[in-house]
Design a binder for this molecule. Structure first.
Ligand code: SF4
Ligand code: SF4
Ligand code: SF4
Length: 243
């Protein structure tokens, strides 16, 4: 039986999630035994229009990118959005809160008027085409990537938690970042990362997106306990969770 053909594509992003795939090191060899990688700009020069699984990294910020994505979708049986940029628009989507001409000028100065720096409102991949599966995180967790790909190849539904980061954080007995007067997004953010940020003394920035049904009451209680408001929490959500 022929192996599923996989192609990896990038759009507007830092390519850090692809780097995490490379960081699988020996495990990448095990995965490559299960699939044929037919296109992956970051790691090989070959290209192909024939693939079963398309993995998309990055957000969509130009009309030509949306058209390219639609062509990829038409060729793939399964389309996976990889990382926060692809699954939610990620940090790129923050620019949607501002005038785009101002954004270009802020980043590029006078050069921002040049045609090749044209940009449009950022869209997540599923705002342009149908997505079959999302792998969250900025960057993705390589072990979770490997587990999800293996599950998909076996025809199983991959497991991605739908409970908050606080569950994993408390299991590690970390001191809560709210005790340090920081606004941590752990109460509303999807777990699965094993809470590396609070474990390293940082607040959670919400890079895996929100759980399906955030416990708003519990979040409100936390905010009240520390003399904060829900608006304070919403301001922090802008980094990764701009709608
Ligand atoms: S999700 Fe984060 S690490 Fe991944 S490509 Fe986007 S900015 Fe880079
Ligand atoms: S709010 Fe943040 S630091 Fe506190 S328990 Fe939840 S994830 Fe951990
Ligand atoms: S703790 Fe929060 S910011 Fe850190 S990796 Fe997990 S979801 Fe992302």
């Amino acid at each position: 039986m022929s192996k599923p053909r996989v192609a990896i594509f990038d759009f507007a992003c830092c390519e850090g999630c692809q780097l995490q795939i490379v960081n699988l090191e020996e495990d990448i060899l095990n995965l490559i035994e299960l699939v044929d990688v037919v296109e992956w700009r970051e790691a090989m020069s070959e290209q192909s229009h024939e693939y079963d699984i398309a993995i998309i990294e990055g957000s969509i910020t130009r009309e030509e990118d949306a058209k390219r994505l639609e062509v990829i979708r038409s060729r793939a049986k399964i389309l996976i959005a990889l990382g926060a940029c692809a699954t939610m628009g990620g940090v790129n989507k923050m620019k949607n809160n501002f005038d785009l001409n101002e954004v270009r000028e802020c980043v590029y100065g006078e050069d921002g008027k040049m045609a090749h720096l044209h940009t449009e409102m950022t869209q997540a991949v599923d705002e342009v085409v149908e997505v079959d599966f999302k792998i969250p995180g900025c960057p993705i967790n390589p072990a979770e990537f490997a587990q999800i790909i293996r599950s998909l190849l076996l025809g199983k539904t991959p497991f991605v938690p739908d409970y908050p980061v606080c569950v994993e954080c408390k299991a590690k007995e970390n001191i809560c970042r709210y005790e340090y007067n920081e606004i941590c997004l752990g109460p509303v953010t999807r777990a699965g990362c094993d809470a590396p940020c609070p474990s390293a003394g940082w607040r959670c920035f919400g890079c895996r997106g929100m759980v399906e049904n955030p416990n708003v009451e519990a979040a409100q209680e936390v905010m009240e306990k520390y003399n904060l408001t829900v608006d304070d929490l919403k301001q922090k959500l802008v980094l990764f969770n701009t709608k």
